[in-house]
Design a protein around this ligand. Structure first.
Ligand code: NDP
Length: 324
């Protein structure tokens, strides 16, 4: 038997229900994995609230680490007994064990613990594609990164420092700003107290930044365009404050022939080889010490509703791990 968290309808944290079910055997291209730890991510909230609709009822959770118990026909990159970790669809990672497609599950090096892996697979591979696969970034360039003390944010601060990229962060409290600075941000603006666009102009000597990476969305999108240099690149990748309103293309012209994309990690992970390469790159960054994991808080699986509430209430820092 395995515990699993499901929703029967979209809504608040109270919709998260702990159930028990038998876990079967893997079919072709699948594995059965016994989890040691799971990750909590903002996408779990979008799925729970219905912003990203799922067919219901549905299990939740997009990330976990554990031990492979059985492999189905055709799976060659994993075998029974392997340590493994993943960020992958379909949702269902908030569970003791599950059967799932193998392609996006990655062998986990011995030097990275299960909890560490559960804290970095989704957020770390996001930083990997933001810095290496979305837009060519060069040493010395400047990035504005919102919610810099969050799960993705603290990994981004360190990643930027290790690549010689100047990262100007934003965060919601002075304590969060201090954390981002400690992790490698060159500046951090408390955007609940200070308008960040004029501040970014001041920091960059009126030039603006080369790239914005914005996971906050509705509240930060418009002012972020004002932070970019002419020909700058806006990467919108999240909606923690709500989805971004439709944008007129003419706005991009009038603000300096800006470029814009809205990315999702799962496009990058859909290709097996690319997914495995991204995970390998992430593990190398962690094992080299360039990027340290930041588990800000842990919750038991039975306290998953409280974990969701805290993430939505902006009470967390770094990554959140769900223990089993
Ligand atoms: P975080 O740990 O960063 O938590 C979200 C943070 O957003 C909060 O802590 C808060 O930080 C900030 N925030 C600003 N406004 C609000 C608001 N109104 N309500 C809630 N939070 C707010 O989460 P993650 O690291 O899991 O994800 C960060 C963002 O990146 C999310 O939007 C997520 O969806 C996105 N993401 C996108 C991916 C993609 O490929 N497209 C992949 C992974 C994540 P503060 O208090 O400092 O403002």
């Amino acid at each position: 038997m395995s515990r699993s968290v499901i929703i029967e309808q979209a809504g608040g944290p109270e919709q998260l229900k702990l159930t028990e079910a038998q876990v079967g055997d893997p079919g072709p291209g699948e594995i059965r994995i016994r989890h040691k730890a799971c990750g909590l991510n903002y996408i779990d909230i979008y799925q729970r609230t219905g912003l990203y609709p799922l067919p219901l009822p549905h299990a939740l959770g997009m990330e976990a680490a554990g031990i492979v118990e059985a492999v189905g026909e055709g799976v060659t990159h994993l075998k029974e007994g392997d340590r493994a970790a993943y960020a992958a669809v379909p949702p269902g990672a908030y569970a003791d064990a599950r059967v799932m497609p193998a392609a996006q599950v990655c062998p986990l090096p011995d030097g990275i613990s299960f909890e560490e892996a559960a804290s970095i697979m989704l957020q770390g591979m996001t930083v990997e594609y933001l810095f290496h696969r979305t837009w060519p970034l060069e040493k010395g360039q400047t990035v504005l990164f919102h919610a810099a003390a969050g799960g993705v944010g603290l990994l981004a601060c360190q990643w930027a420092r290790s690549e010689g990229i100047e990262l100007i962060g934003t965060a919601g409290t002075d304590a969060k700003c201090k954390l981002a600075l400690d992790m490698g941000a060159s500046h951090c603006i408390n955007y609940r107290e200070t308008d960040f666009a004029p501040e970014v102009k001041k920091i960059t000597g009126d030039k603006g930044v080369d790239i914005v990476m914005d996971g906050v969305g509705k509240d930060t999108f418009d002012a972020s365009l004002d932070c970019l240099k002419p020909l700058g690149m806006m990467i919108s990748f999240g909606n923690a404050s709500g989805p971004v309103e439709p944008v007129s293309l003419l706005t991009l012209a009038s603000k300096g022939s800006l470029k814009m994309t809205r990315t999702t990690l799962f496009t990058f992970l859909a290709d097996h080889d690319r997914c495995q390469a991204m995970a390998k790159h992430l593990f190398e960054k962690v094992e080299s010490g360039d990027v340290k994991t930041n588990i800000g808080q842990r919750y038991k699986l039975e306290d998953i509703a409280e974990a969701h509430r805290a993430l939505e209430a902006r009470e967390t820092t770094g990554s959140t791990v769900i223990t089993l």
